[in-house]
Design a protein around this ligand. Sequence first.
Ligand code: ADP
Ligand code: MG
Length: 511
Amino acid sequence: MNLALGPYGEGAETLLHGEFGAYPSKGSRYALSLTQMALHIQRLVPKPETDQRTVVPLAEVVGCHTLRSRAPTDRAAYFSVYAYPLKKRKVAVGLGRGRQRAARTFQVDGADDYEKNQAVAEKWAAAIKCLVLGIPVSSETEIAPSLLPRPRRLLLLLNPFGGRGLALQWCQTHVLPMITEADISFNLIQTERPNHARELVKGINLAEWDGIVAISGDGLLYEVLNGLMERHDWEEAIKMPVGILPSGSGNALAGAINCNAGLEQVLGLELLLNCTLLLCHAAVAPLDLVAITMASGARCFSCLSVAWGFVSDVDIESEKYRHMGAARFTLGTLVRLASMHTYRGRLSYLPATDATTHRPISRSITARVGGPPDELLVPLGQPVPGSWMTVEDNFVLVLAIYQSHLGADLFTAPFARFDDGLIHLCFIKAGISRAALIRLFLAMEKGSHFEQECPHLVHVPVRAFRLEPLTRKGILTVDGERVEYGPIQGQVHQGLARLITGVNRLKIASG
Ligand code: ADP
Ligand code: MG
């Protein structure tokens, strides 16, 4: 007997087994077995020539519903399994790739009365939903719908002007049907202006929601997180799970979520479908936030990056190519390369060694309103603490990044994790050739730029940093949004927020 497990746990413990008809019927019969990882479907009638099974990985399933026939004489009950497998690449060349809906409906007809058949259908649906949501079940579990939590309620905030303005259309044709199959109930609100989402989130009754999801680029999620942190009850509020369904032009966090799930790096609608599938799987993980302070005294919470020089220049200047979607950054990069600027600045940081993890500074900044105190920082007017390092130099770029991705196809910090408690300080010093800079950015798509061992590229994991621009003019961004130009500092608050990552123990096939 072979006990080795296949990729979908073939040979693993069977939770449920049954023989069912299909709908539409055509006289066929199937043997179904459900394991922790997959639904195995084997046709019995008409008898197949080979022992070919269809395997539906549960990681690609969003939900399962039971149904009843309209014909009163039909004593059968039905259940439908909703899966979104990747289309086979060979078939799809040039036709648009990505996931496609594949629903299968089975007819439970083993008993003479509808109630008994219905109970079996409910049991199968409950088991499949438990596995999709990561609720533990084993062959010992008495499987029943009562194992399931009540359906999730999500507040969906959609920026109709994000990216190429496709958010609403994509939401209606792809997102809403999928999350409905996953039993998610929702309110969909379109933002009417910048800061609308931020104000909304400040005023909502949190008890009414299980999560807040931005259907947009990174900018709207930034508003959601800051809205939560500006509440009087920020300590509770920031535990609200937040999610992102990428439909902007800057989709860094979605890129990181996609990568974290082990999925192939994709863009556009493909990335949106991956993220919607993950959202249906509900799993939540802690997310680091970085408290940023600026010379004016303004404080905000950032979940992606602070950028100065090449990166922020491209981000802001490429706004005029917004209609191109993600391609705007590629074009912006090329334009910018033609006139490579360098910037003089002083960069200070607290290296992330274990000893420095929790050593509060006596003169530290205490938060005036909302949010945790920044115990590692001193006010911007005072010199940095003695335990910090300082580099004064000419830079092509300085980037403080805390997620793996700077854009959906920019795998800038492959080592970054959602809650590693680290700010990955990356900078490129002046003196790099244009060709070397191009090589770095080209390699960044695959995340292999550090392998080039470019002497001008430096990476330091830190807990806190301060950047003092000495060049008079320039652009600073926080999470891709432009902020006041001048001294800026930040410290990480490990795992302060909660992100819907959708990854429990199920691995989604990358095709
Ligand atoms: P993109 O990735 O395309 O930039 P974002 O979702 O990041 O898309 O949004 C960009 C900016 O648009 C954010 O700063 C956000 O505050 C702002 N915004 C949100 N809703 C609206 C709206 N209805 N009209 C104009 N701007 C908006
Ligand atoms: Mg991190």
